[in-house]
Design a protein around this ligand. Structure first.
Ligand SMILES: Nc1ncnc2c1ncn2[C@@H]1O[C@H](COP(=O)(O)OP(=O)(O)O)[C@@H](O)[C@H]1O
Ligand SMILES: [Mg+2]
Length: 269
């Protein structure tokens, strides 16, 4: 069964071949001229980005280049100074219920899994559907078990997060984000806090999601994943997008010295 069975995925790639523009041609996520400062630090500089429905965008770049901040602005965990961010055509609201609704459309998975330590694995997944979506406990439990099965940790449902490995916890974090039936999933270095032997079990779940048509923005330096899953790669440095291209264009033919230097560092170990 598909990971996306419960989700309203629409027609993942409908519109791509159609000559007449439809709402499926509209980017699901669009950043235009986004600027952001932390005090004097200019962290996002004229960020322009479009991600269409069903596309996977991989974001790479050196530490401190603004990758996490960009992700956080997309579900409004950070405000922006100027520019616009649209999700499915709608500008991000400033606050209130609309913001909560819109944020629910954007699932986010962080480097640190951030599971609720005092809740069971199943409760971690069902909490938001019950509280935010007002789903019945029974329906939420069914959905939760289904999602846990799909990320391969259903046998852990009654345990507490600390009883699971990092790879298992991160898969639970993915299931928890999916439980809100997001239109898009953001992953911010989801495997970089994991022991090496656990990286693949998380990437496999992400690959499966991508192949099922989930729209994804992934900050990751996992080259194998990027080459297999990404439609586009963007390279950020010093708050700017310096390169955009297909994985082949970027990894095999980087244009800027910054990107060449960055790639030589991540490829040589
Ligand atoms: N809440 C914050 N307050 C002040 N500076 C921040 C904050 N978050 C990030 N920064 C700074 O913004 C820059 C970009 O950070 P970040 O988006 O985390 O980059 P990346 O994810 O690419 O490593 C860094 O210089 C970082 O120190
Ligand atoms: Mg980061």
């Amino acid at each position: 069964m598909s990971l996306l069975e419960h989700m309203d995925t629409g027609q993942a790639s409908a519109g791509k071949t159609s000559a007449v523009p439809t709402e499926n041609d509209r980017p699901l996520v669009e950043l235009s001229h986004v600027e952001k400062h932390f005090g004097k630090l200019h962290v996002l500089k004229d960020i322009n980005l479009k991600v269409n429905k069903g596309e996977v965008l991989v974001v790479v770049g050196p530490s401190g280049s603004g990758k996490s901040t960009m992700c956080r602005t997309i579900n409004r965990l950070e405000t922006i100074d100027s520019g616009t961010i649209r999700i499915d055509g709608q500008p991000l609201p400033q606050e209130g219920k609309e913001l909560a609704n819109l944020r629910a459309e954007v699932g986010m998975v962080f480097q640190q899994f951030n599971l609720f330590a005092n809740k069971t694995i199943l409760e971690n997944v069902t909490l938001a559907p019950v509280k935010v979506r007002h789903m019945s406990k029974k329906d939420a439990d069914d959905l939760g078990m289904d999602l846990l099965a799909r990320v391969g940790v259903e046998s852990q449902a009654a345990k507490m997060p600390s009883q699971l490995s990092g790879g298992q916890q991160q898969r639970v974090a993915i299931a928890r984000a999916l439980a809100m039936q997001p239109k898009i999933m953001l992953f911010d270095e989801p495997t970089s806090a994991l022991d090496p032997e656990m990286v693949n079990e998380v990437l496999d779940v992400m690959m499966k999601l991508a192949s099922e048509g989930m729209t994804m923005i992934c900050v990751t330096h996992e080259m194998g994943f990027a080459r297999k899953a990404a439609d586009h790669v963007v390279f950020m440095a010093d708050g700017r997008i310096l390169e955009k291209g297909t994985p082949e264009q970027f990894f095999d033919h980087p244009q800027t010295d910054r990107a060449k230097d960055f790639l030589s560092k991540i490829l040589t170990h």
